[in-house]
Design a protein around this ligand. Sequence first.
Ligand SMILES: Cc1cc2nc3c(=O)[nH]c(=O)nc-3n(C[C@H](O)[C@H](O)[C@H](O)COP(=O)(O)OP(=O)(O)OC[C@H]3O[C@@H](n4cnc5c(N)ncnc54)[C@H](O)[C@@H]3O)c2cc1C
Length: 425
Amino acid sequence: MEGNRRLEVLERQLCAVQLAEAPELIDAAALSAICPKQLQALLVHDNPELRSAVFEFLKGDIFKPNHYLSLMEFRELTLQRLQRFVAADFGGRGFDVRDYMNDPRRFMAGLECLSFCDYSMAIKAGVHFTLCGGTICKLGTAKHHNALLPKLNTLELPGCFGMTELGHGSNVMGIETTAVYDAPRGEFVITTPSNEASKYWIGGSGQHGKICAVFAQLTVGGVWQGPHVFMVRIRDDSGRLMPGVRIKDHGPKMGLNGVDNGQIWFDSVRVPRDAMLDRYASVDAAGTYSSPIPTVSARFGTMVGGLTTGRILIGQGAVTACMIGTTIALRYASQRPQFGDKLIGDYLTHQRRLLPGLATTYALQLGMKQLKVAAFDAAKPDAKLVHVLSSGLKAAATWSRVEVLQQCRECCGGMGFLLPTRSGP
Ligand SMILES: Cc1cc2nc3c(=O)[nH]c(=O)nc-3n(C[C@H](O)[C@H](O)[C@H](O)COP(=O)(O)OP(=O)(O)OC[C@H]3O[C@@H](n4cnc5c(N)ncnc54)[C@H](O)[C@@H]3O)c2cc1C
């Protein structure tokens, strides 16, 4: 109780820090009247029932942290955690990838909760549902939705997103993978023309992925039409690589080791005409290309426009990490005595180190709220505003995460170096 009281005092002092430039604005009575429940309602963006159900679900034994696992065991556990997630009921509706289109706030709320538990699981889910599933939702048509989304929903078909290449990361327009239409056979031929064109970093491809949304430069009848997306099976149902597909597992990384990233080469892999996601551009059986979007660059903007939800989720994941870090460090500050009876949170220097991070976390969380309003609540969202806000906030949130968490670690002294300090959702 004493710890909680001190935490509340620290949180009120946060407001004082924010208002320190205009101390006359500080209303002590109003500050002391802050109601935690109202504050929570302000900070939780939407879908409180779903969020509560997911947090309850994450209390299951399988989600308890285990820092003694090998790389392969951790990947297996991450897959099993996701399998539990897709099988869960969450108040009757479960988690449905089609909500990417039908109820994007619910879709995001479900995935956001995972990052409070384990970021590997959140990223594996994000690649599968948002990058792969969301691309099918946004760029595909009914035939893709009907054939693929139910299998993504159950994880029967673990999905990957193959955009980045070894030689082309930030410059997506420069990718080299080709898709050439073979009219007599009604197929596209997907090829990796050089090592630089190999798909790199592809989440889920190292071990578990069975289908990949592959970005490739399309040529039809000898005419180049720019990057388009093709759904390519990379492994069969039993997990064996498909003919012409070669994958190198990235192995251990500096973090996110529950995710099996990999490098993919395509050696003249043939896919049917229906494999092209054709909402904004299509090729008929005779090999006639058509698109309502007239230029290659405008089409490219549409093809990568579907990345917005993933970008918001990455930004939100960074804010979640700040929430977790500041909560741990503030709790520690309000319970750890040092030099007699005083708690470390009583020292001004300690407050000056922690409270700006807390203020940043509040600001970013409220910023994410505005972004979601712009992206999902407007009848006709302003695409440019959403792009600018989501890109800026993602950068601000991920940079802040590094600074805030480093302060939090240092403020926990030696305990900040111990993995179990951050244990459980
Ligand atoms: C853990 C992880 C998982 C990933 N998962 C996937 C996935 O599932 N699917 C997928 O397709 N990709 C994935 N990626 C790839 C990711 O999208 C790319 O790493 C990212 O686009 C950056 O590309 P790059 O690594 O080639 O960096 P580069 O483009 O080489 O950039 C290196 C640095 O240079 C800077 N830079 C680049 N160009 C400019 C410029 N014009 N002006 C100024 N600065 C510049 C960048 O900001 C960066 O700091 C993943 C990456 C990681 C690390």
